[in-house]
Unconditional design. Structure first.
Length: 142
């Protein structure tokens, strides 16, 4: 298995939650809830472009810009977090309704991301930003 395969597998295993009206909603994991809107829901972040860690202030500033960009076009967004199952990694982001795959990947590319998550009622897809191709699919409820 090469490094890209390992990376995509790590992304595909991520647990994802968001906050709606002050309450957690689990979007990916063994006890996940229904999606907060008709799918698909995309989960994006501006943290650590290219998978390279950077300082918190730069990450936060980029995340604010991403959220502003999405709000400016009238999209519904919820604060979200993706994390590894062993809790060794996590990144804040946003869950977004009303955004198609190509646009989600365009925002991901703009903010230096390798991939975005696309959530449907049953599955989570890891979608590579540069070509909008699905590189991994897993059941949402695992």
């Amino acid at each position: 298995m090469n490094g890209d395969d390992d990376l995509w597998d790590q992304y595909a295993d991520a647990l994802i939650e968001c906050e709606i009206d002050g309450q957690p909603r689990y979007l990916r994991g063994p006890n996940c809830d229904e999606l907060p809107d008709r799918g698909p829901i995309f989960v994006l972040t501006a943290y650590n472009p290219g998978g390279v860690a950077r300082d918190e202030a730069r990450n936060e500033a980029a995340q604010v810009r991403l959220e502003h960009d999405l709000a400016a076009i009238g999209l519904t967004v919820w604060p979200a977090v993706g994390r590894s199952r062993d809790a060794s990694w996590s990144e804040p982001g946003v869950a977004v309704a009303g955004l198609g795959r190509d646009r989600a990947c365009a925002y991901g590319t703009r903010y230096g991301q390798l991939a975005v998550f696309e959530l449907t009622a049953d599955d989570v897809h890891v979608v590579r930003c540069h070509d909008a191709q699905t590189v991994r699919t897993r059941p949402r409820h695992t």
